[in-house]
Design a protein. Sequence first.
Length: 561
Amino acid sequence: MKGKRKVKWALFLSVILVLGMLLAGCSSGSKDTSGTSTGQLDSKQELNLMESADIPSLNWTQITDTTSSTAIGMVTSGLMRLDQHLKPKPDMAAAMPKVSKDKKVYTFKIRKNAEWSDGSPVTANDFVYAWRKMNDPKTASQYAYIFASANIKNAAKIQDKNSPLFGKVDQLGVKALDDHTLQVTLDKPTPYFISLVANQSFLPAKKEFVEKEGQNLGQEASDLLFNGPYVLTSWKHGDSWTFKKNDKYWDAKDIHIKKVKVNVIKDTSTAVNMYQTGKLDSAILSSEFVNQFKNSKDFHTTLLSGTYFLYLNQNKVPALKNVKVRKAINMAIDRNNMSKLLLNNGSVGADYIVPKNFVKGSDGKDFRSYAQGGFNGYNPAEAKKLWDQAKKELGIRTLKLDIMGQDNDLSSKILEYIANQMEKNLPGMKVTVNKQPWGNYLKLTSGGNFQIANSGWSPDYLDPMTFLDLWTTGNPNQNQMGYSDPKYDQLIKEAVAEGAQPDKRWKTMQEAEKQLLDKDQAIVPIYQKGLAYVTKPYVKGLTYPAFGFDLDWTHAEVLKH
Protein backbone atom coordinates (compact mmCIF):
# COMPACT_ATOMS: atom_id res chain seq x y z
CA MET A 1 0.00 0.00 0.00
CA LYS A 2 1.23 3.36 -0.83
CA GLY A 3 2.59 5.08 2.17
CA LYS A 4 2.62 8.68 3.03
CA ARG A 5 6.19 8.40 4.10
CA LYS A 6 5.98 6.03 1.10
CA VAL A 7 6.04 8.18 -0.42
CA LYS A 8 3.51 6.61 1.87
CA TRP A 9 4.77 6.47 1.93
CA ALA A 10 -0.01 5.74 0.66
CA LEU A 11 -0.66 4.90 1.46
CA PHE A 12 -1.29 2.16 0.38
CA LEU A 13 -3.10 1.78 2.53
CA SER A 14 -2.10 1.80 2.77
CA VAL A 15 -1.07 -2.97 5.36
CA ILE A 16 -0.84 -8.93 7.10
CA LEU A 17 0.09 -12.58 7.37
CA VAL A 18 0.27 -15.99 6.08
CA LEU A 19 -1.06 -19.30 7.24
CA GLY A 20 -0.59 -22.64 5.64
CA MET A 21 2.23 -24.63 4.23
CA LEU A 22 3.84 -21.80 2.27
CA LEU A 23 4.99 -19.42 4.96
CA ALA A 24 6.31 -19.29 8.43
CA GLY A 25 6.17 -15.54 8.63
CA CYS A 26 7.99 -13.25 10.97
CA SER A 27 7.42 -9.61 11.73
CA SER A 28 10.13 -7.03 11.47
CA GLY A 29 8.28 -4.56 13.64
CA SER A 30 4.94 -4.20 15.39
CA LYS A 31 6.85 -2.70 18.26
CA ASP A 32 5.01 -2.61 21.58
CA THR A 33 6.15 0.62 23.14
CA SER A 34 6.19 -0.64 26.68
CA GLY A 35 4.92 -4.17 27.11
CA THR A 36 2.36 -5.61 29.47
CA SER A 37 0.67 -3.35 31.95
CA THR A 38 1.11 -4.00 35.65
CA GLY A 39 0.00 -0.63 37.02
CA GLN A 40 -3.35 0.94 37.83
CA LEU A 41 -5.30 2.26 34.87
CA ASP A 42 -6.01 5.94 34.46
CA SER A 43 -9.71 6.77 34.50
CA LYS A 44 -9.58 8.88 31.30
CA GLN A 45 -7.99 6.35 28.90
CA GLU A 46 -7.32 8.97 26.24
CA LEU A 47 -4.48 9.32 23.74
CA ASN A 48 -3.17 12.20 21.67
CA LEU A 49 -1.27 10.93 18.64
CA MET A 50 0.06 12.27 15.33
CA GLU A 51 0.10 11.68 11.59
CA SER A 52 2.21 13.67 9.12
CA ALA A 53 -0.60 14.07 6.59
CA ASP A 54 -4.37 14.42 6.47
CA ILE A 55 -6.68 11.54 5.55
CA PRO A 56 -7.12 11.55 1.74
CA SER A 57 -10.36 9.54 1.80
CA LEU A 58 -12.54 7.38 4.01
CA ASN A 59 -14.46 5.81 1.14
CA TRP A 60 -13.12 2.27 1.42
CA THR A 61 -13.22 1.78 -2.36
CA GLN A 62 -10.86 4.72 -2.96
CA ILE A 63 -8.25 4.15 -0.25
CA THR A 64 -4.66 3.63 -1.42
CA ASP A 65 -2.64 4.93 1.54
CA THR A 66 -1.89 3.84 5.10
CA THR A 67 -3.20 7.03 6.73
CA SER A 68 -6.65 6.32 5.35
CA SER A 69 -6.45 2.57 5.92
CA THR A 70 -5.48 3.12 9.58
CA ALA A 71 -8.45 5.42 10.12
CA ILE A 72 -10.96 3.23 8.28
CA GLY A 73 -9.57 0.13 10.01
CA MET A 74 -10.29 1.62 13.41
CA VAL A 75 -13.94 2.27 12.61
CA THR A 76 -14.75 -0.63 10.28
CA SER A 77 -14.11 -4.33 10.78
CA GLY A 78 -13.71 -7.05 8.17
CA LEU A 79 -13.63 -10.81 8.52
CA MET A 80 -10.17 -10.75 10.10
CA ARG A 81 -8.14 -8.28 12.12
CA LEU A 82 -4.43 -8.39 12.93
CA ASP A 83 -3.52 -8.81 16.57
CA GLN A 84 -0.58 -7.10 18.28
CA HIS A 85 1.73 -9.77 16.88
CA LEU A 86 0.43 -9.22 13.34
CA LYS A 87 -1.34 -12.55 13.21
CA PRO A 88 -4.88 -12.66 11.77
CA LYS A 89 -7.66 -13.30 14.24
CA PRO A 90 -11.42 -13.51 13.64
CA ASP A 91 -13.22 -10.17 13.80
CA MET A 92 -16.58 -10.07 12.02
CA ALA A 93 -15.96 -13.77 11.42
CA ALA A 94 -16.99 -15.76 14.49
CA ALA A 95 -14.09 -18.19 14.01
CA MET A 96 -11.42 -19.22 11.53
CA PRO A 97 -13.05 -20.32 8.26
CA LYS A 98 -13.75 -23.85 7.16
CA VAL A 99 -11.47 -24.62 4.20
CA SER A 100 -12.17 -27.24 1.52
CA LYS A 101 -9.68 -30.03 0.83
CA ASP A 102 -8.60 -28.41 -2.42
CA LYS A 103 -8.02 -25.14 -0.52
CA LYS A 104 -10.23 -23.19 -2.90
CA VAL A 105 -13.45 -22.73 -0.89
CA TYR A 106 -13.53 -20.78 2.38
CA THR A 107 -16.69 -20.67 4.51
CA PHE A 108 -16.93 -17.94 7.15
CA LYS A 109 -19.53 -17.67 9.90
CA ILE A 110 -20.42 -14.04 10.66
CA ARG A 111 -20.81 -13.06 14.32
CA LYS A 112 -24.45 -12.86 15.32
CA ASN A 113 -23.64 -10.08 17.81
CA ALA A 114 -21.93 -7.88 15.19
CA GLU A 115 -23.82 -4.71 14.33
CA TRP A 116 -23.50 -1.40 12.57
CA SER A 117 -23.62 1.89 14.44
CA ASP A 118 -27.23 2.37 13.32
CA GLY A 119 -28.17 -0.78 15.22
CA SER A 120 -28.64 -3.03 12.19
CA PRO A 121 -26.80 -6.39 12.04
CA VAL A 122 -23.67 -7.00 10.00
CA THR A 123 -24.56 -9.75 7.54
CA ALA A 124 -22.87 -11.91 4.93
CA ASN A 125 -24.69 -9.85 2.29
CA ASP A 126 -22.80 -6.75 3.46
CA PHE A 127 -19.59 -8.47 2.38
CA VAL A 128 -21.04 -9.65 -0.92
CA TYR A 129 -22.22 -6.12 -1.75
CA ALA A 130 -18.96 -4.44 -0.74
CA TRP A 131 -16.70 -6.90 -2.57
CA ARG A 132 -18.78 -6.68 -5.73
CA LYS A 133 -18.66 -2.88 -5.57
CA MET A 134 -14.87 -2.98 -5.23
CA ASN A 135 -14.68 -5.04 -8.43
CA ASP A 136 -17.21 -3.01 -10.40
CA PRO A 137 -15.37 -1.08 -13.16
CA LYS A 138 -17.71 1.84 -12.50
CA THR A 139 -16.22 2.17 -9.00
CA ALA A 140 -12.75 2.65 -10.50
CA SER A 141 -11.01 1.43 -7.36
CA GLN A 142 -7.22 1.30 -7.66
CA TYR A 143 -7.30 -1.59 -5.20
CA ALA A 144 -9.69 -3.76 -7.20
CA TYR A 145 -6.65 -5.66 -8.44
CA ILE A 146 -6.13 -7.14 -4.97
CA PHE A 147 -9.15 -9.41 -5.50
CA ALA A 148 -7.39 -10.85 -8.52
CA SER A 149 -4.22 -11.12 -6.43
CA ALA A 150 -6.25 -13.12 -3.94
CA ASN A 151 -7.36 -15.34 -6.83
CA ILE A 152 -11.02 -14.90 -5.93
CA LYS A 153 -13.00 -16.66 -8.61
CA ASN A 154 -13.57 -14.55 -11.74
CA ALA A 155 -12.09 -11.37 -10.21
CA ALA A 156 -9.43 -11.04 -12.90
CA LYS A 157 -11.97 -11.63 -15.68
CA ILE A 158 -14.46 -9.14 -14.20
CA GLN A 159 -11.70 -6.49 -14.28
CA ASP A 160 -10.51 -7.39 -17.80
CA LYS A 161 -12.09 -5.23 -20.53
CA ASN A 162 -11.41 -7.97 -23.05
CA SER A 163 -13.20 -10.68 -21.07
CA PRO A 164 -16.83 -11.74 -21.61
CA LEU A 165 -17.21 -11.42 -17.83
CA PHE A 166 -16.03 -7.80 -17.73
CA GLY A 167 -18.12 -5.87 -15.22
CA LYS A 168 -20.31 -8.85 -14.33
CA VAL A 169 -19.77 -8.59 -10.58
CA ASP A 170 -22.52 -11.10 -9.84
CA GLN A 171 -20.06 -13.72 -11.11
CA LEU A 172 -17.50 -12.91 -8.40
CA GLY A 173 -16.69 -15.92 -6.22
CA VAL A 174 -18.45 -14.68 -3.10
CA LYS A 175 -21.98 -15.43 -1.92
CA ALA A 176 -24.13 -15.37 1.17
CA LEU A 177 -25.43 -18.84 2.01
CA ASP A 178 -27.57 -17.16 4.67
CA ASP A 179 -27.40 -13.97 6.74
CA HIS A 180 -24.48 -15.31 8.78
CA THR A 181 -22.64 -17.58 6.35
CA LEU A 182 -20.25 -16.24 3.71
CA GLN A 183 -18.68 -18.52 1.13
CA VAL A 184 -15.64 -17.44 -0.88
CA THR A 185 -14.42 -19.47 -3.86
CA LEU A 186 -10.92 -19.11 -5.32
CA ASP A 187 -9.69 -19.93 -8.81
CA LYS A 188 -6.61 -21.51 -7.31
CA PRO A 189 -5.06 -22.09 -3.84
CA THR A 190 -3.81 -18.84 -2.32
CA PRO A 191 -1.45 -19.38 0.65
CA TYR A 192 -1.89 -15.86 2.01
CA PHE A 193 -5.68 -15.59 1.68
CA ILE A 194 -6.49 -15.48 5.42
CA SER A 195 -4.14 -12.59 6.06
CA LEU A 196 -5.29 -10.82 2.93
CA VAL A 197 -8.90 -10.43 4.08
CA ALA A 198 -7.64 -8.30 6.96
CA ASN A 199 -6.88 -5.65 4.33
CA GLN A 200 -9.27 -2.66 4.11
CA SER A 201 -10.31 -3.60 0.57
CA PHE A 202 -12.24 -6.56 1.98
CA LEU A 203 -14.37 -4.59 4.44
CA PRO A 204 -18.17 -4.97 4.46
CA ALA A 205 -20.57 -2.15 3.61
CA LYS A 206 -24.29 -1.66 4.08
CA LYS A 207 -25.86 -1.17 0.66
CA GLU A 208 -28.69 1.13 1.77
CA PHE A 209 -26.30 3.50 3.56
CA VAL A 210 -23.73 3.59 0.74
CA GLU A 211 -26.35 4.32 -1.90
CA LYS A 212 -27.94 7.00 0.24
CA GLU A 213 -24.59 8.75 0.75
CA GLY A 214 -23.55 8.52 -2.90
CA GLN A 215 -20.56 10.74 -3.65
CA ASN A 216 -20.55 12.00 -0.05
CA LEU A 217 -19.52 8.62 1.34
CA GLY A 218 -16.48 9.00 3.57
CA GLN A 219 -16.08 12.72 2.95
CA GLU A 220 -16.96 13.68 6.54
CA ALA A 221 -17.25 11.86 9.86
CA SER A 222 -21.03 11.94 9.49
CA ASP A 223 -20.81 10.18 6.14
CA LEU A 224 -19.72 6.85 7.59
CA LEU A 225 -21.32 3.84 9.24
CA PHE A 226 -19.25 2.03 11.85
CA ASN A 227 -18.87 -1.57 13.00
CA GLY A 228 -15.29 -1.46 14.28
CA PRO A 229 -13.66 -0.80 17.67
CA TYR A 230 -14.17 2.98 17.32
CA VAL A 231 -16.42 5.58 15.78
CA LEU A 232 -15.15 8.77 14.18
CA THR A 233 -16.68 11.70 16.04
CA SER A 234 -14.97 14.57 14.21
CA TRP A 235 -12.69 15.26 11.26
CA LYS A 236 -11.20 18.73 10.93
CA HIS A 237 -9.63 18.44 7.52
CA GLY A 238 -5.92 19.23 7.54
CA ASP A 239 -5.87 19.59 11.32
CA SER A 240 -7.05 16.55 13.29
CA TRP A 241 -9.61 13.78 13.70
CA THR A 242 -11.04 12.15 16.81
CA PHE A 243 -12.13 8.60 17.63
CA LYS A 244 -14.42 7.42 20.41
CA LYS A 245 -14.70 3.84 21.63
CA ASN A 246 -17.58 1.98 19.98
CA ASP A 247 -19.57 0.40 22.79
CA LYS A 248 -21.51 -1.66 20.22
CA TYR A 249 -18.36 -3.41 19.00
CA TRP A 250 -18.50 -7.14 19.70
CA ASP A 251 -15.21 -7.07 21.63
CA ALA A 252 -15.69 -3.70 23.35
CA LYS A 253 -14.91 -5.19 26.74
CA ASP A 254 -11.28 -5.69 25.69
CA ILE A 255 -10.84 -2.17 24.28
CA HIS A 256 -9.45 0.14 26.98
CA ILE A 257 -8.72 3.41 25.17
CA LYS A 258 -11.91 5.47 25.14
CA LYS A 259 -10.83 8.46 23.05
CA VAL A 260 -8.05 9.16 20.55
CA LYS A 261 -7.24 12.46 18.90
CA VAL A 262 -4.90 12.28 15.91
CA ASN A 263 -3.18 15.56 15.05
CA VAL A 264 -1.76 16.40 11.62
CA ILE A 265 1.81 17.51 12.27
CA LYS A 266 4.18 17.83 9.33
CA ASP A 267 7.04 19.46 11.22
CA THR A 268 8.99 17.24 13.62
CA SER A 269 10.09 20.11 15.87
CA THR A 270 6.43 20.94 16.44
CA ALA A 271 5.72 17.30 17.29
CA VAL A 272 8.64 17.15 19.71
CA ASN A 273 7.52 20.34 21.44
CA MET A 274 3.98 19.00 21.78
CA TYR A 275 5.35 15.72 23.16
CA GLN A 276 7.55 17.48 25.72
CA THR A 277 4.69 19.71 26.85
CA GLY A 278 2.31 16.77 27.24
CA LYS A 279 0.12 17.53 24.22
CA LEU A 280 1.16 14.28 22.50
CA ASP A 281 1.53 10.86 24.08
CA SER A 282 3.69 9.54 21.25
CA ALA A 283 5.64 11.25 18.48
CA ILE A 284 7.60 10.12 15.43
CA LEU A 285 11.15 11.48 15.30
CA SER A 286 13.20 12.65 12.34
CA SER A 287 16.97 12.15 12.30
CA GLU A 288 17.97 15.43 13.95
CA PHE A 289 15.98 14.58 17.09
CA VAL A 290 17.14 10.98 17.54
CA ASN A 291 20.28 11.84 19.50
CA GLN A 292 18.23 14.03 21.82
CA PHE A 293 16.10 11.07 22.90
CA LYS A 294 18.10 7.92 22.20
CA ASN A 295 19.18 7.47 25.83
CA SER A 296 15.67 8.06 27.15
CA LYS A 297 13.34 5.27 28.26
CA ASP A 298 10.74 6.92 26.01
CA PHE A 299 12.79 6.16 22.88
CA HIS A 300 12.14 3.22 20.51
CA THR A 301 13.13 2.12 17.00
CA THR A 302 11.80 -0.60 14.76
CA LEU A 303 12.44 -1.82 11.22
CA LEU A 304 9.26 -1.79 9.20
CA SER A 305 8.31 -3.83 6.15
CA GLY A 306 7.89 -0.96 3.74
CA THR A 307 10.36 -0.17 0.97
CA TYR A 308 10.84 3.18 -0.76
CA PHE A 309 11.83 3.63 -4.37
CA LEU A 310 11.79 5.95 -7.38
CA TYR A 311 9.24 5.53 -10.12
CA LEU A 312 10.92 5.99 -13.51
CA ASN A 313 8.22 7.10 -15.91
CA GLN A 314 9.11 5.79 -19.35
CA ASN A 315 5.85 7.18 -20.71
CA LYS A 316 6.85 10.77 -19.91
CA VAL A 317 10.63 10.61 -20.49
CA PRO A 318 11.76 8.72 -23.61
CA ALA A 319 15.35 8.60 -22.31
CA LEU A 320 14.17 6.47 -19.40
CA LYS A 321 13.30 3.72 -21.85
CA ASN A 322 17.06 3.14 -22.05
CA VAL A 323 17.98 0.55 -19.41
CA LYS A 324 21.48 2.03 -19.09
CA VAL A 325 19.98 5.35 -18.01
CA ARG A 326 17.86 3.58 -15.40
CA LYS A 327 20.79 1.55 -14.06
CA ALA A 328 23.02 4.64 -14.02
CA ILE A 329 20.50 6.48 -11.84
CA ASN A 330 20.29 3.50 -9.49
CA MET A 331 24.08 3.16 -9.13
CA ALA A 332 24.56 6.90 -8.64
CA ILE A 333 22.74 7.00 -5.30
CA ASP A 334 24.52 6.20 -2.03
CA ARG A 335 21.44 5.04 -0.15
CA ASN A 336 23.38 3.66 2.84
CA ASN A 337 24.88 7.07 3.52
CA MET A 338 21.49 8.67 3.01
CA SER A 339 19.88 6.34 5.55
CA LYS A 340 22.51 7.18 8.16
CA LEU A 341 22.62 10.93 7.59
CA LEU A 342 19.04 11.85 6.74
CA LEU A 343 16.94 9.13 8.33
CA ASN A 344 18.93 7.96 11.36
CA ASN A 345 15.86 6.08 12.55
CA GLY A 346 16.60 2.42 11.93
CA SER A 347 16.01 2.63 8.17
CA VAL A 348 18.50 0.79 5.96
CA GLY A 349 19.61 1.38 2.39
CA ALA A 350 17.92 -1.04 -0.02
CA ASP A 351 18.76 -2.31 -3.50
CA TYR A 352 15.73 -4.62 -3.36
CA ILE A 353 11.96 -4.32 -3.36
CA VAL A 354 10.91 -7.24 -1.12
CA PRO A 355 12.09 -6.19 2.37
CA LYS A 356 14.36 -8.18 4.61
CA ASN A 357 13.02 -9.78 7.79
CA PHE A 358 9.57 -9.69 6.21
CA VAL A 359 8.70 -13.28 5.42
CA LYS A 360 10.25 -16.75 5.36
CA GLY A 361 9.76 -19.64 2.98
CA SER A 362 9.00 -23.25 3.82
CA ASP A 363 12.74 -23.79 4.38
CA GLY A 364 12.71 -21.23 7.19
CA LYS A 365 14.95 -18.82 5.27
CA ASP A 366 14.18 -15.16 4.71
CA PHE A 367 13.10 -14.28 1.17
CA ARG A 368 16.08 -11.94 0.98
CA SER A 369 18.56 -14.75 1.69
CA TYR A 370 18.99 -15.47 -2.03
CA ALA A 371 20.21 -11.94 -2.78
CA GLN A 372 20.90 -10.24 0.53
CA GLY A 373 22.71 -7.28 -0.98
CA GLY A 374 20.10 -6.62 -3.60
CA PHE A 375 20.95 -5.61 -7.16
CA ASN A 376 23.06 -2.99 -8.95
CA GLY A 377 24.18 -1.24 -5.77
CA TYR A 378 25.93 2.10 -5.36
CA ASN A 379 28.82 2.32 -7.82
CA PRO A 380 29.47 5.86 -9.08
CA ALA A 381 32.21 4.81 -11.50
CA GLU A 382 30.00 2.21 -13.18
CA ALA A 383 27.08 4.66 -13.09
CA LYS A 384 29.10 7.26 -15.02
CA LYS A 385 30.24 4.62 -17.52
CA LEU A 386 26.67 3.51 -18.20
CA TRP A 387 25.49 7.11 -18.41
CA ASP A 388 28.19 8.00 -20.94
CA GLN A 389 27.22 4.99 -23.05
CA ALA A 390 23.55 5.91 -22.83
CA LYS A 391 24.19 9.51 -23.92
CA LYS A 392 25.96 8.27 -27.05
CA GLU A 393 23.15 5.84 -27.81
CA LEU A 394 20.53 8.55 -27.32
CA GLY A 395 22.50 11.29 -29.05
CA ILE A 396 22.28 13.67 -26.08
CA ARG A 397 24.76 15.56 -23.90
CA THR A 398 22.36 16.62 -21.15
CA LEU A 399 19.07 15.44 -19.67
CA LYS A 400 16.68 17.50 -17.57
CA LEU A 401 14.56 15.55 -15.11
CA ASP A 402 11.90 16.46 -12.57
CA ILE A 403 11.76 14.40 -9.35
CA MET A 404 8.53 14.68 -7.40
CA GLY A 405 7.69 13.89 -3.80
CA GLN A 406 5.73 15.11 -0.80
CA ASP A 407 6.11 18.54 0.70
CA ASN A 408 6.89 17.37 4.25
CA ASP A 409 10.28 17.90 5.87
CA LEU A 410 11.69 14.37 5.47
CA SER A 411 10.54 13.86 1.91
CA SER A 412 12.00 17.22 0.93
CA LYS A 413 15.42 16.30 2.30
CA ILE A 414 15.38 12.93 0.55
CA LEU A 415 14.43 14.52 -2.77
CA GLU A 416 17.23 17.05 -2.51
CA TYR A 417 19.76 14.38 -1.56
CA ILE A 418 18.81 12.16 -4.51
CA ALA A 419 18.86 15.09 -6.94
CA ASN A 420 22.33 16.07 -5.70
CA GLN A 421 23.61 12.50 -6.08
CA MET A 422 22.29 12.23 -9.63
CA GLU A 423 23.80 15.55 -10.72
CA LYS A 424 27.11 14.86 -8.96
CA ASN A 425 27.67 11.35 -10.33
CA LEU A 426 26.01 11.71 -13.74
CA PRO A 427 27.53 14.78 -15.48
CA GLY A 428 25.04 16.49 -17.75
CA MET A 429 22.00 15.41 -15.78
CA LYS A 430 20.01 18.31 -14.34
CA VAL A 431 17.39 17.46 -11.71
CA THR A 432 14.61 19.73 -10.45
CA VAL A 433 12.90 18.95 -7.13
CA ASN A 434 9.10 19.11 -7.22
CA LYS A 435 7.37 19.11 -3.80
CA GLN A 436 3.63 18.41 -3.70
CA PRO A 437 0.98 18.23 -0.94
CA TRP A 438 0.06 14.63 -0.14
CA GLY A 439 -3.34 14.65 -1.78
CA ASN A 440 -2.07 16.24 -4.99
CA TYR A 441 0.94 13.92 -5.00
CA LEU A 442 -1.41 10.91 -4.99
CA LYS A 443 -3.47 12.43 -7.80
CA LEU A 444 -0.42 13.10 -9.97
CA THR A 445 1.22 9.71 -9.44
CA SER A 446 -2.04 7.83 -9.89
CA GLY A 447 -2.56 9.59 -13.21
CA GLY A 448 1.01 8.99 -14.36
CA ASN A 449 1.69 12.73 -14.43
CA PHE A 450 5.31 12.76 -13.32
CA GLN A 451 8.80 12.06 -14.64
CA ILE A 452 10.43 10.56 -11.56
CA ALA A 453 8.57 10.22 -8.27
CA ASN A 454 9.73 9.24 -4.79
CA SER A 455 7.31 6.62 -3.55
CA GLY A 456 7.09 3.50 -1.45
CA TRP A 457 5.00 0.48 -0.64
CA SER A 458 3.78 -1.08 2.59
CA PRO A 459 2.66 -4.71 2.26
CA ASP A 460 -1.00 -5.66 2.24
CA TYR A 461 -0.34 -9.25 3.31
CA LEU A 462 2.58 -11.38 4.39
CA ASP A 463 3.87 -12.65 1.08
CA PRO A 464 6.41 -11.38 -1.47
CA MET A 465 3.67 -11.15 -4.07
CA THR A 466 2.32 -8.02 -2.38
CA PHE A 467 5.44 -6.26 -3.74
CA LEU A 468 5.97 -8.18 -6.95
CA ASP A 469 2.65 -8.17 -8.78
CA LEU A 470 2.58 -4.37 -8.69
CA TRP A 471 4.83 -4.13 -11.74
CA THR A 472 2.97 -6.30 -14.21
CA THR A 473 2.00 -4.59 -17.44
CA GLY A 474 -0.72 -2.00 -16.86
CA ASN A 475 -1.16 -2.67 -13.14
CA PRO A 476 -3.49 0.20 -12.12
CA ASN A 477 -2.16 0.58 -8.59
CA GLN A 478 1.52 1.27 -9.15
CA ASN A 479 2.61 0.74 -12.74
CA GLN A 480 1.62 4.04 -14.34
CA MET A 481 5.11 4.49 -15.71
CA GLY A 482 5.17 2.47 -18.92
CA TYR A 483 7.19 -0.52 -17.72
CA SER A 484 6.24 -3.70 -19.54
CA ASP A 485 8.24 -6.90 -19.81
CA PRO A 486 6.63 -10.12 -21.11
CA LYS A 487 9.22 -12.18 -19.23
CA TYR A 488 8.34 -10.49 -15.94
CA ASP A 489 4.60 -10.84 -16.58
CA GLN A 490 5.08 -14.53 -17.30
CA LEU A 491 7.04 -15.13 -14.10
CA ILE A 492 4.28 -13.54 -12.03
CA LYS A 493 1.66 -15.68 -13.79
CA GLU A 494 3.70 -18.78 -13.05
CA ALA A 495 4.05 -17.87 -9.37
CA VAL A 496 0.30 -17.30 -9.10
CA ALA A 497 -0.33 -20.74 -10.59
CA GLU A 498 2.09 -22.41 -8.16
CA GLY A 499 0.05 -21.77 -5.00
CA ALA A 500 0.07 -25.47 -4.12
CA GLN A 501 3.83 -25.77 -4.80
CA PRO A 502 5.43 -23.49 -2.20
CA ASP A 503 9.10 -24.19 -2.93
CA LYS A 504 8.73 -23.80 -6.67
CA ARG A 505 6.62 -20.67 -6.21
CA TRP A 506 9.27 -19.15 -3.94
CA LYS A 507 12.02 -19.59 -6.54
CA THR A 508 9.80 -18.16 -9.27
CA MET A 509 9.15 -15.02 -7.22
CA GLN A 510 12.87 -14.61 -6.55
CA GLU A 511 13.53 -14.89 -10.28
CA ALA A 512 10.85 -12.27 -10.90
CA GLU A 513 12.46 -9.80 -8.50
CA LYS A 514 15.80 -10.35 -10.23
CA GLN A 515 14.20 -9.68 -13.59
CA LEU A 516 12.56 -6.50 -12.31
CA LEU A 517 15.68 -5.02 -10.73
CA ASP A 518 18.84 -6.72 -11.95
CA LYS A 519 17.95 -6.98 -15.63
CA ASP A 520 15.31 -4.30 -16.18
CA GLN A 521 15.94 -1.79 -13.36
CA ALA A 522 12.30 -0.79 -13.77
CA ILE A 523 12.38 1.15 -10.50
CA VAL A 524 15.15 2.47 -8.25
CA PRO A 525 14.93 1.09 -4.68
CA ILE A 526 16.11 3.56 -2.04
CA TYR A 527 15.61 2.25 1.49
CA GLN A 528 13.68 -0.01 3.80
CA LYS A 529 11.72 2.01 6.27
CA GLY A 530 12.69 2.23 9.91
CA LEU A 531 10.90 4.18 12.59
CA ALA A 532 12.21 6.13 15.55
CA TYR A 533 9.67 7.43 18.01
CA VAL A 534 9.02 8.34 21.61
CA THR A 535 6.09 7.20 23.72
CA LYS A 536 5.21 8.21 27.26
CA PRO A 537 6.07 5.46 29.81
CA TYR A 538 2.49 5.42 31.06
CA VAL A 539 1.20 4.28 27.66
CA LYS A 540 1.26 0.49 27.37
CA GLY A 541 0.51 -1.62 24.30
CA LEU A 542 0.59 1.10 21.64
CA THR A 543 2.16 -0.39 18.51
CA TYR A 544 3.66 0.87 15.27
CA PRO A 545 3.08 -2.26 13.15
CA ALA A 546 5.67 -3.50 10.67
CA PHE A 547 2.94 -3.31 8.04
CA GLY A 548 -0.75 -2.58 7.82
CA PHE A 549 -1.76 0.27 10.11
CA ASP A 550 0.48 3.25 10.81
CA LEU A 551 -0.23 2.71 14.49
CA ASP A 552 -2.59 0.54 16.51
CA TRP A 553 -4.07 1.40 19.90
CA THR A 554 -6.71 -1.33 20.10
CA HIS A 555 -4.51 -3.18 22.62
CA ALA A 556 -3.27 -0.08 24.42
CA GLU A 557 -4.03 1.33 27.85
CA VAL A 558 -3.00 4.35 29.88
CA LEU A 559 -1.67 3.99 33.42
CA LYS A 560 -2.14 6.53 36.16
CA HIS A 561 0.59 9.13 35.96
